[in-house]
Design a protein around this ligand. Structure first.
Ligand code: AR6
Length: 178
């Protein structure tokens, strides 16, 4: 398995709903009331109580994150974050995507979470270019983990082999020039 130089950030391929990390991250929309893609898969696997809890939250602005329980998932928590919709790159998309990763990890720390799995936020329906998104994901997670207290393991769960290859390439080269 590919990992960064500390071994704390790894890349895998598969279905994020099957991960046994303490928390999994959901690439949600501002309503937090479910949708397609990874969001739909997480709601299906967690069961209807997840939607019930999400209704009490009242939505989430782009770039921020909210935490719920994991219900029928192996993961105890779901951290829902809303990635930016790609609109060509001049609408603050990069900073918003970076803040998704930061806010998810901050919530994880506040809740004593030790391990967390991320999907490739914004790179599906929301259209963020995968290589650019991967650079941001790897940079933000790797740097956060250097100063994290409770979170000691982060995993990028790629749905396709193509995405996995891009993540592996990015993570293997990250830090080598630093
Ligand atoms: N496990 C891991 N990754 C997955 C899974 C899965 N089970 N299913 C899909 N992916 P997307 P976004 C990957 O579209 O771009 C929803 O409707 C997928 O291949 O799920 O942030 C929300 O409600 C891609 O690499 O999320 C929002 O409306 C990545 O997850 C909107 O889509 C993200 O794709 C959010 O769009």
């Amino acid at each position: 398995m590919a990992s960064d130089q500390t071994g704390r950030t790894t890349v895998g391929q598969g279905d994020i709903t099957q991960q046994t990390t303490d928390a999994i991250v959901n690439a949600a929309n501002e309503s937090l009331l479910g949708g397609g893609g990874v969001d739909g898969a997480i709601h299906r696997a967690a069961g209807p109580l997840l939607l019930e809890e999400c209704r009490t939250i009242g939505g989430c602005p782009t770039g921020q994150a909210r935490i719920t329980k994991g219900y029928n998932l192996s993961a105890s928590y779901v951290i829902h974050t809303v990635g930016p919709i790609w609109r060509g790159g001049n609408r603050n998309e990069e900073a918003l995507l970076a803040s998704c990763y930061q806010n998810c990890l901050t919530l994880a720390e506040e809740n004593g979470i030790q391990s967390i799995a991320f999907p490739a936020i914004s790179t599906g329906v929301y259209g963020f270019p995968i290589e650019q998104a991967t650079d941001i994901a790897v940079q933000e997670v790797t740097e956060f983990l250097k100063k994290a207290v409770t979170v000691h393991q982060a995993m990028f769960v790629c749905f396709s082999r193509e995405d996995q290859f891009i993540y592996e390439k990015t993570i293997n080269s990250y830090g080598k020039s630093r």
